[in-house]
Design a protein around this ligand. Structure first.
Ligand SMILES: *Cc1c(COP(=O)(O)O)cnc(C)c1O
Length: 364
């Protein structure tokens, strides 16, 4: 079997794949309603929230678009905090729908500074909302969302969070941290194929939704909420992925959230220590290193594409390259979802063998 160690889609345990081999059911029938309600209740436990939890069919980016168009009007001033390519995507979506975007573009590899966010908000009273990435998958950096939330909610702005590659793997307690709108996607830490996005919505966010005028049809949360109340979705959902999520959530909750987070922390530590033991260096600020993805600098002479090809063809290990402006200069190890410390040690062993062939002499 291939060791798929990219930050999504992630490998799925066999019982989750089997759940998807089921025959289709009526998405307006009582069995679907029961399954959907059960899934939603379990999702709320992982999001650690009492807020409404909507399930949308789409990829993570669809969830990001939904978070923009449901809470803003064209011309609304928003602060978009970007620390990498997914933050830039959030910025681009907000601009595309006519938001008046104030961009805070942090140097890639660094986390956002909550004080800088405070200053930006103090400097411009018109800012209504702050859009931020919890875990920046392109750079392997996790923002201090608790501290950011203290600043943003302290100033009574709406806080909209892309937690797509953190929720279920890295602690992100929605209610404790007072997060208004938070999205995650099924193909990341949930151990489920791509297809569903989950978005929690606070009462304050619902108030903003009532007057938000950006155009929306497929992503309209008025419709999503109306149908959620009867255990359905407005449009035909990815039914098989709902079956898969039902099982995945049982697995996650049975292991226990704290244990799941601790397992991710161990896998991440094994990744960081492993690459360093080979003489490689980490991309980005290690004090904010992500527990779901590790970004590694490609040293002089190492060709990332070649390294990934050798790993894939000779070791059946699949790693990710970089994204955007760091596409060729880093590679990334995904360690989220169905992953253990031992899986990461396998990756490091393969890297040790592959590096010299790709132009870099590994240390002993
Ligand atoms: C994966 C990911 C997304 C969404 O990507 P899709 O390919 O649209 O699913 C968004 N934000 C972050 C931080 C991600 O890791």
């Amino acid at each position: 079997m291939e060791e798929l160690r990219i930050p999504g889609p992630t490998p799925c345990p066999p019982e989750i794949l089997q759940a998807m081999a089921r025959q289709m059911i009526d998405h307006r029938g009582s069995e679907f309603v029961k399954t959907m309600n059960r899934m939603t209740e379990k999702l709320k436990q992982v999001f650690m929230t009492k807020n409404d939890l909507l399930t949308l069919t789409g990829s993570g980016t669809g969830g990001m678009e939904a978070m923009v168009v449901n809470f803003l009007s064209p011309g609304d001033r928003v602060l978009v905090v970007s620390i990498g390519s997914f933050g830039d995507r959030f910025n681009g979506i907000a601009k595309a729908f006519g938001a008046d975007v104030v961009s805070m573009n942090v140097e890639w590899g660094k986390a956002a500074d909550p004080d800088a966010i405070r200053k930006a908000l103090q400097a411009d009273a018109k800012i209504k909302a702050v859009l931020v990435t919890h875990n920046e998958t392109s750079t392997g950096v996790t923002n201090d969302l608790a501290a950011i939330s203290k600043v943003v909610k302290g100033m009574e702005k709406l806080l909209v969070v892309d937690a797509i590659s953190s929720m279920s793997s890295i602690k992100c307690p929605v209610d404790e941290w007072n997060l208004d709108v938070v999205a995650s996607g099924s193909q990341k830490g949930w151990m489920v194929p791509p297809g569903l996005v989950f978005v929690s919505v606070s009462p304050e966010a619902w108030k903003a939704h009532a007057s938000a005028k950006m155009p929306r049809v497929y992503w309209d949360f008025t419709q999503a909420k109306k149908y959620l109340e009867r255990g359905q979705t407005p449009w035909t959902p990815a039914v098989s992925i709902v079956f898969a999520m039902d099982i995945a959530l049982d697995i996650i909750l049975k292991e226990g959230l704290d244990n799941v987070f601790a397992r991710h922390a161990r896998a991440a530590k094994a990744a960081r220590e492993g690459v360093k033991s080979l003489g490689l260096t980490l991309f980005g600020d290690e004090t904010h290193a992500s527990n779901t993805v590790t970004a590694v600098n490609a040293p002089q002479g190492l060709e990332v594409r070649g390294l990934r090809k050798i790993l894939r063809e000779e070791h059946h290990v699949v790693l990710a390259g970089g994204q955007g402006k760091i596409e060729e200069s880093i590679f990334r190890i995904g360690h989220l979802g169905w992953v253990s410390e031992a899986d990461i040690k396998t990756v490091i062993t393969a890297l040790k063998a592959a590096l010299p062939k790709a132009g870099f002499a590994a240390k002993d």
